[in-house]
Design a binder for this molecule. Sequence first.
Ligand code: FUB
Ligand code: ZN
Length: 665
Amino acid sequence: MRSSVLPVAPTRGRLRPLGLDEVRITGGFWARRRQINATATLDHCRDWMERVGWIGNFRAVAEGRVHRDRRGREFADSDVYKLLEAMAWEAGHGADGGLDALLGALTDVVAPAQEPDGYLNTAFGRPGQQPRYSDLEWGHELYCFGHLIQAGVAQTRARGEGELAKIALRAADHVCTAFGPGGIERVCGHPEIETALVELARATGEQRYLDQAALFIGRRGRHTLAETEFGRAYHQDDQPVREASVLRGHAVRALYLACGAVDVAVETADDDLLAAVVRQWEATVARRTHLTGGMGSHHRDESFGDDFVLPPDRAYSETCAAVASVMLGWRLLLATGEPRFADLAERTLFNVVATSPSEDGRAFFYANTLHRRRRGSMPSADAESPRAASGLRAPWFAVSCCPTNVARTLAVLPAYLATADDDGVQLHQYADAEIATSLTAGRAVALRVHTDYPSGAGVTVRIDRSPPHPWTLSLRVPEWTRGATAWLTGPDGARRAVAPGTAALTRLFRPGDRIRLDLPMAPRWIGPDPRIDSLRGTAAVQRGPLVYCAESVDLPDGHEVDVVRVNPSTQPEDGPDGTVVAAGELAPPPDGQADDAWPYRPLDRAAPAPAAERTGIVLVPYHSWANRGPSTMRVWLPTTATTQPPEPPEPPAPPEPPAPPGTRP
Ligand code: FUB
Ligand code: ZN
């Protein structure tokens, strides 16, 4: 396999990704989270998977007792692979040599479970288990292979080819044989193998992996899976990928499939397929995405809702869907160079991916609701939690796909910051960072980025190394900003206004040059599209890329968030410690007021106005909620502006007496 330390390495496309060997995050918001990920979350995931037996499943295979002793859901193997992937990326930063040993030890547990023909799955295929590929709808065998392959690619790119990569190659060869021409002409109920095979093709230069991925993409939507209780759209098997107009069905499945489709489109120069995914992304962002960037509205099947079905208290917004959306945005950004894809990725990273892990990196949100009505109880530290039941982050879940997905994303995050092309360097996400790359052979560029983003408004880029020719530094100007300015600091720099999109500066840079981007971050009210029924009459606050929320721990004792009303005619203001204070009132029902017998009333019978107490409402960044114990929480807050009920209609006029017979009107 070829080696360069990055998660996605297209051979074509508008922008060239930079690897972990070219970008380093050195401080700030993401550095803290990455540090916790490396020092706490990786161990936490490994400990839990030992405890619940998911790692032990591989030992049970080697010892011939897996049919009796296997633990966890049918896709539990995939979480071991995602942890391996996270460890590989983290080891790739070279910070901790001990991680290589852990990676090696875990690989040694997995290896003996692989069959001589490359098949590897602890849930299927042995006496006493269901036969291989007998349940493609729900069995997840190819999904698990996909994560195994991604782990193998990560290890090769980060540490050089090793045992894990060999296991992954044997598995991929097996998949090509079993599902290639003349093999099983079906797809997996959970996409993931597609994007993994393309990455393996990129890493190895082997065309057959790309061909197999293209076959899977082409087969999807042709009813090769049985229809299940959730309908064909759940598995994206209702329509061929290039004919669909929007993402639908199970959100993680839909987004992983879209990633695979972009990968195939890019590598095969299939511009129609790429355009189809871009259209689906546009429709999904315009009509099926929460303010946080989260995706998914249905708890029952973890799926997208219909257009504008985005109820905040039922926001499923699975953490894995956010990870998948960032993966998709990154692929589309590399293919097209358009900053809108980085805009959504930023929103999603700060408001969903960063929300999931607790401050200590040892508990996680699976679903990321936007409205929590009841204070949850502390999830057990000793038992797996149900996926979405708790109002607090849980250490582990019976379906625990999200923690390992967060771990692998944070481990590789520096690779999502910047790109290059022959003409220059593009910064897409802002963090304190060092970037060193070459535009073309011999044209080395080194940059130092200083910022306290997302709290502060400024980004300074210092040029540390530059070729003796002009080149272009491009900075994403986020979609949320108004009044942004960019300039070269020093005597020859004129400050200029820059609009959301891209600010590009082309010149003969010299070491020591500094470029400054100022992004005003005053908190702002955000209103929903009127077609989102469940949000009518509410407003939310955003400051920079951060979405804010009210949390009961910031209200007077005994109050829950549902008593909060806000007044969007007054601008919210910065408060202490990253909070925002919004004008509003607390309107609890009068003490002791009994419920009405029936919670509806004729519009002409006005409800008694609750006695409201005007106050500043303290709002905190959504990503930080539920870190201070059980609380109720709300992102979209009802506004104080009330709509007067319409006047009751005039009673109908009494009927005219009938005209006497023989008269004309
Ligand atoms: O099915 C595997 C993973 O488990 C999905 O991606 C998640 O949504 C969860 O259901
Ligand atoms: Zn998940």
